[in-house]
Write a protein that binds this ligand. Structure first.
Ligand SMILES: [Zn+2]
Length: 521
């Protein structure tokens, strides 16, 4: 009898100690969302942004603390808890592209997480709870794929008017995805207009700014093409794309019965229109203002649907971004940042490749992308008696001479520098020793990488403008409030792991944000 009582009390104690786990973890990533937008438009935000900021733990000083601040590396940090140097995802152009994983039902670039190294939160979740399921959804392949690492779960993105996936994940689309696509919403949007949501007096920004959107169609209203196929493609630059992505995610939640497997399931949603609008019109435009206000309303609707389905107490929600953005140099110069410029490195790299071609033949020995110079075939060049170090030193000298270039470093030398220098630290967080990176190039504040043809606003620098992101955690176990201390997106996964009582499968770069957790967590 005593033994039974003892056993019962032990079981009871066990039950009392274990906090109930949420049914669904929701991770919302807004591509190119500056935290500053949530301040600038705060009085007009009444939806999802407002709710999360008011009721959640909001970190005012959060960073994607790495150098190549792009979509692929940014998304890969969020649920892995590791820097690009450790996830293997350094830059968009070597992100998820995979010819061996073609898309289903539509033409388009094949994609998979083949370059992603290690595990993510979902892997840890499934180890603890084999019944756990995930769904990841975005307009962009890289944004949908990299939140889940290499897990073969339902992962969908948008291509030419439909949501699809690649053969890495499946051989056919399930009925719910087919049914959603069959409604042909993007095609029926042909000719539709994007008008202001609020009265025009609520937008202090000038509307007609001639350097916006490549110098064309820079005034409201903006109209989708009247051709339905063209409209379905152009939709990715319209706010409606985000509401479509959220509607698709909710259809998936219902079809996959997320949250009813007796485990915590994961829903990752990445919303891409803020990035498209930010590139085209810049972070100070009337267009980005309207996009953020509209997205706030869409998110409010989306969260309400989840609250009705699960009850607020059964949800754990995270809001963050993959990177920020630097304004148009034209605008920065007008505001007094005299050295802001577009830096076009193409001719330097082309000349260096042409010189090597004349000496030893072959094509593009050097690849330059967003501040990173690679020589993928260094050994082959060296075998042909090319002094690669001196060729690279030559290129470094020429890059240093370009207006807008602040510094050019060799990654090996950065290892000797102090990490209190944000630029040094962010490059060290980016470049693994075995990536074949010969040089890393940093621009002066407010300058951007560009090509001869591009007139867009841009991100990709180890700067505060590009690295500063919002971070809000909402749900049981989280202490609401505004936290001023400096945190990073690699802290998200360890914090969620603590809240869900999971054990990360490998060493992480982030820490548990204990300051925002209730005692005992
Ligand atoms: Zn972008």
């Amino acid at each position: 009898m005593l033994l039974v009582t003892l056993l019962l009390s032990l079981l009871g104690a066990g039950r009392a100690a274990a906090a109930p786990r949420p049914k669904l973890l929701v991770v919302v990533t807004v591509d190119q969302l500056r935290p500053e937008y949530l301040e600038r438009y705060r009085t007009q935000l009444t939806g999802g942004f407002a709710l999360l900021a008011k009721q959640g733990a909001e970190f005012a000083d959060a960073y994607q603390d790495h150098a190549v601040t792009e979509t692929a590396p940014g998304h890969a940090t969020i649920l892995s808890g590791r820097w690009p140097a450790h996830t293997g995802i350094l830059r968009n152009d070597a992100g998820v592209q995979d010819l061996s994983a073609p898309l289903l039902t539509v033409p388009g670039p094949g994609a998979s997480p083949a370059r992603f190294r290690g595990t993510t939160l979902f892997d840890w979740l499934q180890t603890a709870e084999p019944r756990a399921r995930a769904l990841s959804v975005s307009r962009k392949d890289r944004a949908a794929i990299l939140q889940l690492g290499r897990a073969r779960q339902p992962v969908y993105w948008y291509q030419a008017g439909v949501f699809t996936t690649s053969r890495y994940y499946a051989d056919s689309l399930p009925d719910w995805v087919r049914a959603f696509n069959a409604r042909r919403v993007p095609f029926q949007a042909a000719g539709a207009s994007w008008t202001l949501l609020l009265p025009v007096r609520d937008y202090p920004e000038p509307d007609s700014v001639p350097y916006e959107n490549g110098g064309t169609d820079f005034t409201f209203p903006h109209r989708l093409p009247s051709d339905s196929a063209q409209a379905a493609t152009a939709l990715s630059g319209f706010p409606t794309m985000d509401s479509l992505t959220l509607a698709f995610a909710l259809d998936g939640v219902r079809a996959l019965q997320l949250g009813s497997h007796g485990a915590t399931d994961l829903l990752a949603v990445s919303l891409s229109t803020t990035d498209a609008v930010g590139h085209a019109f810049g972070p100070d435009s009337r267009e980005i203002h309207d996009q953020v206000v509209r997205l706030d309303r869409y998110l409010g609707w989306f969260l309400q649907q989840l609250f009705v389905r699960y009850g607020a107490g059964n949800l754990l929600i995270v809001l963050t971004a993959d990177h920020g953005v630097t304004p148009f140099p034209e605008r920065s110069r007008a505001l007094g940042h005299a050295s802001a410029t577009r830096v076009i490195p193409d001719s330097v790299i082309r000349a260096a490749n042409a010189a090597l071609d004349r000496r030893v033949g072959g094509a593009d020995w050097m690849v330059f992308d967003t501040g990173v110079l690679l020589v993928p075939d260094r050994a082959r060049l060296a075998a042909q008696h090319v002094d690669v170090d001196s060729v690279v030193a030559d290129v470094a000298t020429q890059l240093r001479a370009l207006p807008g270039v602040a510094r050019v470093d060799r990654p090996a030398e950065l290892a000797l520098h102090d990490t209190t220098d944000a630029v040094v630290r962010r490059w060290r967080h980016t470049v693994p020793p075995d990536a074949g990176v010969e040089l890393v190039v940093t621009l002066t504040p407010y300058s951007i990488w560009s090509s001869a043809a591009s007139r867009s606003a841009q991100h990709g620098q180890p700067s505060e403008l590009d690295a500063h992101v919002p971070l809000i955690v909402w749900g049981r176990g989280v202490r609401r409030g505004r936290y001023r201390g400096r945190v990073n997106t690699v802290d998200i996964a360890p914090t969620l792991a603590r809240l869900l009582e999971l054990k990360p499968a490998e060493p992480l770069d982030g820490r548990v944000l204990g300051e925002a957790l209730e005692p005992g967590r």
